[in-house]
Ligand binder design. Structure first.
Ligand SMILES: Cc1cc2nc3c(=O)[nH]c(=O)nc-3n(C[C@H](O)[C@H](O)[C@H](O)COP(=O)(O)O)c2cc1C
Length: 407
């Protein structure tokens, strides 16, 4: 029966044996036979030292002659596609999941083969706790993510196999059946009866074995904190394009937009809210029908914001709407028509919108701005009003009919 081995002799593992095992493992099944994985082999002591902090300096890492970092890898496939007139679209979470599945299957197959060969190994789950450090040390490019680390060597110990739940505990026939308290008692009785586990509970001054896991080994606080570091690393490796990066890709030349008018103190204001897939992406605001402001017919409540790149590389944003007679009318230079201060703040705000901050938070953020001038404070409350319709529980009727919102 197999068991994790955490102590190794100083006998090296030949490159030939390692490569043979990896080659055999590569016959594992993978998505579309794309082999969405890579493995980084670490033998140098200096490299192990650099990896150690990511694995909380677990001693096996320094002791093992070989450390393997298995990576979910969509980079190679993406490069292949780019070199062959393909159109790769793998900078997203699903692709990370697919590549992780491939990498884990490859890793497990390797572990089986290595153990059959008499090698000992330990799986280090810490890989996904501190992925960024590993990414930096191993210089993993975007679309490559470390998902498993194995310390490998010839065994210097013969650990006894650890307990397992009875097989009925993990099998569900046809549909999933929830566990009753009696089922739990039955399934966990053996584990809880083991002397070593009782000892574990005692030295940790807990009442139950489960508490050792929930309150000490794998706590909510640690899981939540490490989820954040994991998500940040995934984003950096470009695997969360669609989710946390909000609306990815470059801005289309033309964006649909809502025209929202509102009264702010005595002034009448207008906001042009550019929408991507129905979500606010950018906003232009200013005073309506001011000489230097903007004039548009009252009936216009929808249009498009066109982005033009000028010869000198600068960008201009125009508003285009279709008038009652069906002609397209373009108002050029939205940004220049409004007070430059409004425009600068609007740029910041557009950045926030574009990267997917939830609308309730955007409004709270805008409303909390403390600005010096009256004008800017008026702008703040106007923008908050204009965005309210997109917030949860926002007044959706206003989206249809163009009505003025009063103070
Ligand atoms: C996802 C995962 C993470 C693990 N992380 C560690 C680890 O960081 N350190 C360690 O010593 N063992 C680690 N292990 C090994 C487990 O502790 C071990 O497989 C488990 O206790 C069962 O023991 P056995 O492998 O001897 O049957 C990990 C195993 C898995 C599958």
């Amino acid at each position: 029966m197999r068991a994790t081995v955490r102590k190794y002799t100083s006998q090296p593992i030949s490159e030939e044996l390692l490569n043979t095992l990896l080659e055999k493992a590569s016959h594992t099944q993978t998505m579309g036979n794309l082999q969405l994985y890579s493995v980084v082999v670490t033998r140098e002591q200096e490299m192990k030292e650099r990896l150690a902090p990511a694995h909380f300096s677990q001693p096996m890492l320094m002791q093992a002659p070989v450390v393997l970092t298995f990576c979910a890898d969509f980079r190679r496939t993406t490069d292949w596609a780019l070199n062959r007139q393909g159109h790769p679209g793998y900078d997203n979470f699903l692709s990370y999941q697919n590549a992780t599945t491939d990498a884990m299957l490859f890793c497990q197959r390797f572990c089986d083969l290595a153990e059959e060969e008499g090698l000992g190994l330990c799986f280090l789950g810490t890989t996904v706790y501190n992925p960024q450090l590993i990414i930096d040390v191993l210089r993993l490019p975007q679309l490559v993510f470390p998902v498993a680390t194995i310390t490998l060597g010839w065994p210097a110990e013969t650990p006894k196999p650890s307990d397992r739940l009875p097989i009925e505990a993990i099998i569900h026939n046809e549909t999933y059946s929830l566990y009753t308290p009696e089922d739990i008692d039955k399934h966990y009785a053996y584990k809880e009866s083991l002397e070593e586990n009782k000892h574990f509970v005692e030295i940790n001054q807990k009442e139950t074995l489960a508490q050792v896991f929930t309150d000490i080994r794998y706590t909510a606080e640690a899981n939540e904190a490490m989820s954040l570091t994991l998500a940040a690393a995934l984003r950096k490796q470009n695997f969360l394009g669609d989710i946390t990066n909000g609306y990815k890709g470059t801005r289309p030349e033309s964006l649909e937009c809502d025209v929202v008018r509102f009264q702010n103190k005595k002034d009448r204001w207008v906001a042009f809210v550019g929408l991507l897939d129905g979500h606010p992406y950018e906003i232009f605001t200013g005073i309506l029908d001011d000489d230097e402001g903007i004039m548009i017919p009252k009936s216009v409540c929808k249009g498009n914001i066109l982005r033009r790149v000028l010869k000198d590389g600068s960008r201009r944003y125009d508003f285009q709407f279709t008038n009652k007679r069906g002609y397209k009318i373009t108002i050029e230079g939205l940004s220049e028509r409004f007070n430059p201060e409004y425009w600068n703040y609007a740029k910041l705000l557009s950045g926030v919108l574009r990267y997917g901050m939830p609308m309730d938070n955007v409004i709270a953020l805008v409303s909390s701005l403390q600005l010096d001038s009256d004008n800017m404070n008026t702008w703040v409350s106007g923008v908050a009003k204009a965005l309210k319709r997109y917030a949860s529980g926002g007044d959706t009727e206003l989206i249809q009919g163009q009505e003025e919102i009063d103070d």
